[in-house]
Design a protein around this ligand. Sequence first.
Ligand code: URA
Length: 291
Amino acid sequence: MKNDPFPEDIVHQVAEHIRQEGAWGGDWIPVSRSRPGSRDASPSDERARSVSGGLPRVQVPVRNLDAAGRGEARAALESVAAEIARCNLCGLHAGRTKTVPGDGHPAARLCFVGEGPGADEDRSGIPFVGRAGKLLTRMILAMGLERNEVFICNTVKCRPPGNRTPEPSEIRACLPYLERQIEILSPDVIVTLGRPAMQTLLETDAPMGRMRGRFSQYRSIPVMPTYHPAYLLRNPNAKGDTWKDLQEVHAFLERDPHETDVSPDEVTADSDPGTPEKDPAPEEGQGNLFG
Ligand code: URA
């Protein structure tokens, strides 16, 4: 995609291009637009932006909780995760390798809610670590945040077989866990990724096209619905819309900086889930996000 708002690093871009061109019989290599370290990016630009072309660093990335408050939130999230690990409320428990409760900063101001674990997540117990997860990480960086400053979770915490869309009964069974996670986190803003997360939290049957691009509310918390990264991998032309949505979220975080008495330097990263090498199976169709 030209002017991709969530670019992979240059090595990945070239490798991916060669892979695709090899398959299609092409013989050209594109020249990327400017990147950090290139002559047209000044050092101050590089400090202010997480990625080339990305938004300025969010000034207050996490809530101003003291160590005790963070510890309490972390313990409460761990207790929900422990319950999830024992859960057998729906049939999904039978096929899981690991439960995938969620991961991130216990004082995150921004919480992402996806659909459900895919193969990589089922193996690792960490949300969004496959191909779609790598794109989500680039989206977060482009928003001027680090992945370990946000919280990432899913509508269902066990992998649906064959990565099908979770059934309404499975989503209903799992919803109390998501509700408790959101209550503990008390984030300033939620971004739902894809239709199931949007329809669940906003209790709507409306299509994505009607809901995305503007804030709705879940229990007084602003919610920005946007496309699922797996959908964006298949439909790169929709990345521009998602980029607009994420820019709105960035503007919201900067407009309403919560408790600004904490300096960005005091903010510590609590976890870094990393990105395992293995990708999930190929993703197909908006209704089958993980492939
Ligand atoms: N897709 C999701 O919705 N969640 C994940 O954790 C991974 C892929």
